[in-house]
Design a binder for this molecule. Structure first.
Ligand code: ATP
Ligand code: F6P
Length: 475
């Protein structure tokens, strides 16, 4: 059953406070952290001061709106920043009123509702069991004085704070960032791109006039922070304590801003797929073997610029047999083994419904959290897959890509991480047999391509009885 959503009084509440000049990747990092934690089952939400500003005064503002010698705009910017901060404190206090399920984790900017209602903005996984509540306060937070105010408010409210600064002095990266995300921002809608770049550079110089980098002496020498310098060339950690905080530091250390595309496919059709049985360690069916033989050509035809590939399989026969003809380095990961269906292993869905009717219906009611007796839940699977996600985030070798030959549940979890599906939707993602999916992560999203080969296979997807959870699936 779904426990009440109010944070437990002892629940960890962490505010990640972003620090950095414009176009240093703060929003990028904020979204990544929120996504990563929500996928792991924690509650996470971003408070983006830029969105509050756009809501309050309109998106299109010339650079002098950010000029520190302009008293009116200074007051307005202070006002929207404190509104966002108040909302964050309210969220920590009242997040329990948010809907328990169906909350959408979205890549689109989280715009504040005019009445500052908390319900519509929640960026969370279902969060039924995840004990952590993590907010990311996304603004430049460019002075020690302003950070001190945030630190004190959080401490007064029992919230642990962690500052995350992104420093980058590489002009080429900053220019690329401006071109990649700022020109398409509502702030520059319809503007000539050269003029927009020029205006944004002037906006940065206004902030640079008074910007103060984080200093261990801030907040009476108690300030916990991570400084990420030049996209991870150097990472400085100061007074960071706590489980969630450590996970965040670890994640930041692996984060890479030019994540490479990667490919995945399910194994070829297996004898168990044909028989409608779940789990097991069956061989490929004749059609599955045909897919395995055709896979090398399908891959080389669609490799794009990548000249090298590493193939990751599980330790189960059906993925190893599927990868058998691929002329690339292969690595077997135990973590990539299919969801363990415990006592239901090797049964058909009909047999499960007959032998374990209550379990069968409980699983339909809450598939993400349902754990097979003696086996795993999707929630367990996500925890097991964390190192795989970390490796995919970290991987950035030039001309080199990864192909995962995996299983239905495992690939659903990986796909849901990159495509921002909610944890309720995750167990229903449709990943057909005999299709290769290529994912190319971008600054604020992910491009998906699918390549198929003409080898028929059974359909192993059982849709949810709740149609909304199937809605995002491609036909
Ligand atoms: P603003 O203050 O205007 O909101 P921002 O600091 O939030 O700017 P983003 O909008 O997040 O900047 O910029 C996104 C771009 O930053 C992407 O192109 C991304 O690749 C890049 N990026 C991500 N992380 C870093 C980093 N650590 N250092 C520099 N650039 C980064
Ligand atoms: O200039 C970039 C920006 O993200 C604006 O969109 C936003 O209004 C501002 O920074 C928030 O930071 P600050 O609180 O320093 O004004």
């Amino acid at each position: 059953m779904t426990p009440p959503h109010k944070p437990h009084p002892a629940a960890t509440k962490v505010a990640c406070v972003m620090v950095g000049l414009p176009a240093r990747g703060k929003t990028y990092v904020a979204r990544k952290i929120a996504r990563y934690l929500a996928w792991l089952g924690h509650h996470s939400r971003i408070f983006n001061v830029g969105n509050y500003r756009r809501n309050a005064v309109g998106a299109v503002q010339p650079h002098d709106f950010f000029d520190p010698s302009n008293p009116e705009s200074v007051a307005m910017r202070k006002e929207v920043a404190s509104r966002a901060l108040e909302d964050m404190l309210l969220w920590f206090d009242r997040a329990g009123d948010a809907p328990a399920s169906g909350a959408v984790l979205t890549n689109s900017p989280i715009s504040p509702a005019p009445n500052r209602s908390l319900k519509t903005e929640s960026v969370t996984g279902v969060g039924r069991a995840g004990p952590g509540w993590v907010a990311v306060y996304d603004a430049t937070n460019s002075t020690a004085e302003r950070r001190r105010g945030i630190y004190e408010k959080c401490v007064e409210n029992g919230i642990q704070v962690m500052f995350i600064e992104s420093i980058c002095d590489k002009d080429d990266i900053i220019l690329a960032n401006i071109k990649e995300v700022k020109l398409s921002s509502p702030d520059y809608a319809g503007m000539d791109p050269d003029k927009a770049v020029e205006d944004f550079v002037r906006r940065i110089s206004h902030y640079s006039e008074y910007y103060e980098t984080l200093d261990p002496a801030e907040c009476n020498c108690q300030i916990p922070f991570v400084k990420v310098i030049n996209v991870g060339d150097q990472v400085i950690v100061n007074k960071v304590k706590g489980y969630l905080q450590s996970r965040i530091v670890y994640f930041l250390m692996n984060l890479n801003i030019t994540p490479k595309c990667f490919y995945f496919t399910r194994h070829g059709e297996s004898l168990f797929n044909v028989a409608g049985r779940i789990g097991g360690d069956a061989d490929l069916s004749p059609r599955g073997q045909d897919f395995a033989r055709k896979l090398p050509t399908l891959i080389t035809e669609n490799l794009g610029g990548e000249t090298q590939l590493t193939v990751w399989t599980s330790t189960l026969k059906r993925t190893i047999q599927t990868a058998a003809y691929l002329p690339y380095t292969q690595i077997q990961w135990k973590q990539l083994d299919e969801l363990d269906s415990g006592v239901c292993d090797q049964l058909t869905y009909e047999e499960i419904a007959e032998k374990y009717p209550q379990d069968f219906s409980e699983r339909d009611q809450d598939k993400f959290n349902y754990r097979y007796h003696g086996g795993e839940s999707y929630r367990d699977l996500v925890q097991r897959l964390e190192p795989v996600i970390m490796e995919l985030e970290r991987h950035h070798e030039r001309d080199h890509s990864i192909l995962i030959v995996g299983h239905q549940a495992v690939l659903r979890a990986i796909y849901a991480y990159f495509l921002n599906y909610s944890l309720d939707e995750l167990p229903y993602v449709k990943i057909p047999l005999h299709a290769v999916v290529k994912l190319t992560p971008k600054a604020y999203g992910c491009i998906e391509e699918r390549f198929t080969v003409d080898v028929p296979a059974v359909d192993t997807h059982r849709p949810s009885p709740h149609p909304a959870l199937n809605a995002k699936n491609k036909s």
